[in-house]
Design a protein around this ligand. Structure first.
Ligand code: ATP
Ligand code: ZN
Length: 285
């Protein structure tokens, strides 16, 4: 029987969300704490807990068949693997930051500067694209303190809120890359493994879709129904049920996150009342 081996981060920013995603896909994992690997009871999946930096290599070599890793690490490691799905978590950017009291003069002003980073490959390519020559200092952690201790003039580091940069007297001046966690795969999976991967991918997409959508219930006076229904997409079309009170109906539909707040406002203006919004656990379309 075929089995799929997945590499996920052992601990750190991607760990919780990776385990959570597998759980939401109905994959039971026991003993996930402090283990090197674990196997699911109800899906042919073996989970390896690894340092995120090692995941692209393991997947290229086929030690793991698939993996969850940040696009930032994937690009930096430059391995022969295939990206199959954006997972929507672990969002951050790889940015250039300079001391806050300095005026930024564009990418060209980085010429001759010392840049501290854990992403030398990406930074090198970025500078090359912009025809800038600078001195890249690779350090593996706490990059943000480098200018403060005189190790570099600027940094190229991961940013999410920017508070770490701020606390270290730096400001973000250039975004080199926007990143999120992605699912990657080895290039030579067997047909049986590909079938398992498709099964997993179907579940991942079902979970992702559910997260992006909300179930909406509202009450509508019958004379406003037409207008209210026109605002709602629904999966096919909204469900309309009569209320016990005559002249009123209950309308059920699904709204996506992107249009959610605008639609709610429009629905209220159109006469909708008692609007309830409910999270969706799974969504198969
Ligand atoms: P490991 O021990 O596995 O090597 P690490 O210290 O390299 O861990 P983490 O800090 O846990 O890594 O970050 C893992 C990934 O989470 C990053 O590579 C990136 O894709 C993502 N991430 C999201 N937000 C941030 C952020 N604000 N700072 C750093 N990484 C972030
Ligand atoms: Zn790492």
């Amino acid at each position: 029987m075929a089995i799929l081996k997945i590499g996920i981060q052992k601990s750190g920013r991607l760990y919780e969300d990776s385990v959570q995603l597998l759980k939401e896909c109905g994959i039971d994992l026991r003993n996930v704490k402090d283990r090197l690997k674990t196997e699911s009871d109800n899906f042919p999946l073996e989970v390896f807990f690894l340092r995120d930096d090692d995941i692209p290599q393991y997947v290229e070599d086929g030690v793991a068949d698939i993996g969850i890793v940040g696009e930032n690490v994937l690009l930096e490691k430059n391995k022969q693997v295939e990206t199959i799905e954006e997972l929507g978590f672990g969002k951050c950017r790889l940015s250039i930051a300079i001391p806050r009291n300095q005026v930024y003069g564009g990418v060209a002003s980085l010429e001759g500067k010392r840049i501290a980073t854990s992403y030398p490959f990406i930074v090198k390519n970025y500078l090359k694209q912009h025809n800038v020559k600078a001195d890249i200092h690779e350090i593996s952690g706490s990059v943000e303190i480098a200018p403060g201790i005189g190790l570099s003039d600027v940094v190229a580091d991961l940013v999410s809120s920017g508070s770490t940069l701020f606390m270290n007297g730096l400001k973000e001046v250039e975004t080199m890359l926007k990143s999120q966690a992605v699912l990657i795969k080895n290039n030579k999976l067997s047909d049986e493994q590909l079938a398992l991967l498709n099964k997993l991918l179907f579940r991942i997409r079902t979970v992702k879709k559910a997260k992006r959508n909300k179930y909406v219930l509202l009450n509508a006076p019958n004379d406003k129904l037409k207008e209210i229904i026109s605002l709602l997409p629904g999966m096919k079309s909204p469900t309309v049920l009569p209320l016990a009170e005559s002249g009123w109906s209950s309308v059920h539909s699904v709204l996506s996150e992107d249009e959610f707040w605008d639609k709610i406002e429009q629905l209220k203006e159109a006469g909708a009342q008692g609007i309830l919004v409910i999270p969706i656990e799974k969504m198969v379309v």
